[in-house]
Ligand binder design. Structure first.
Ligand SMILES: Nc1ncnc2c1ncn2[C@@H]1O[C@H](COP(=O)(O)OP(=O)(O)O)[C@@H](O)[C@H]1O
Ligand SMILES: [Mg+2]
Length: 254
């Protein structure tokens, strides 16, 4: 066997097994199970308040399931302490609605920050990486601008760049296009498609069904605390299941 074939080549990047989570009387997850395969983008649909964000927050350890397991890199990360979770978090990215840039830092300083904190890269290596990311998000030359000088769309794209600059193994997108106008939505989707060509792995939570069909390989629908269905985009589009059809046609009502 060559050295290469001996490298661990996990097909599954992430697996949730039987996740249960309640907030007081409210049962949010009642046995959520699914696998995220390496190299795929899984679109996650569900009505508002069904627990999509809690799924993502549980994966990065901001919520702890009451029951169940979350396997990532050979570890059930749902059982880790806050301290043990810190290094795991640098291997994942959480891209949420408000890009979360530091207001007092320039775009370049914002993007450099994770690299300075978590890598041993030299200043010139960092500068090169930052400029590569700015190219990816169509923001070449914006290095010295402050967040307040950016449009809403640029702030989101810069937030995306900052979230993924450490080349995470898994990217969790929580409604990244929410609140964007159609032009900026299209740009952000274009950026994510560029990332997809590089082979990222991630979960994409959205209400934007056409965007999900463009970006995702498979779709999962969270309903009544469980994954109602998980299948390829083509199979989801062809599904005869009334609930699936209501999502596909955009007529699903919470
Ligand atoms: N930290 C929390 N404390 C109490 N209730 C919460 C908390 N986080 C989420 N919830 C509740 O859990 C449910 C699912 O929330 P969420 O995952 O944000 O839904 P969505 O699918 O819209 O992202 C909602 O009813 C929400 O009110
Ligand atoms: Mg949410």
């Amino acid at each position: 066997m060559s050295a290469k074939s001996q490298e661990p080549k996990e097909e599954v990047a992430l697996e949730l097994k039987g996740i249960r989570k309640s907030f007081g009387e409210k049962k949010v997850h009642q046995g959520v199970s699914f696998q995220l395969k390496r190299g795929e983008i899984l679109g996650l649909f569900g009505g508002s308040g069904t627990g999509k964000s809690v799924v993502l927050r549980s994966i990065i350890g901001l919520e702890q399931p009451d029951e169940g397991e979350i396997w990532f890199g050979g570890t059930d990360v749902s059982k880790l302490s806050e301290e043990e979770m810190t290094p795991v978090r640098t291997r994942m990215a959480y891209v949420f609605q408000n890009g979360a840039l530091f207001d007092s830092l320039t775009v370049e300083e914002n993007l450099s920050y994770p690299l300075q904190e978590h890598t041993k890269m030299t200043e010139s290596q960092i500068k090169k990486k930052v400029n590569e990311m700015l190219e990816l998000i169509d923001m070449v030359g914006s290095n010295d601008l402050l967040p307040a000088e950016l449009s809403g769309g640029m702030q989101k794209r810069a937030g995306l760049a900052r979230a993924i600059i450490l080349d995470p193994e898994v990217i969790l997108f929580d409604e990244p296009t929410a609140g964007l106008d159609p032009v900026n939505t299209k740009r952000l989707i274009g950026n994510i498609l560029k990332l997809k060509k590089r082979g990222i792995t991630g979960i994409f939570v959205t209400h934007d069904i056409p965007a999900a069909f463009e970006i995702a390989d498979r779709i999962a629908i969270l309903y009544n605390g469980k994954i109602h269905v998980i299948d390829s985009v083509d199979e989801i589009k062809k599904s005869k299941d009334p609930l699936v059809q209501s999502f596909v046609s955009g007529t699903f009502e919470d």
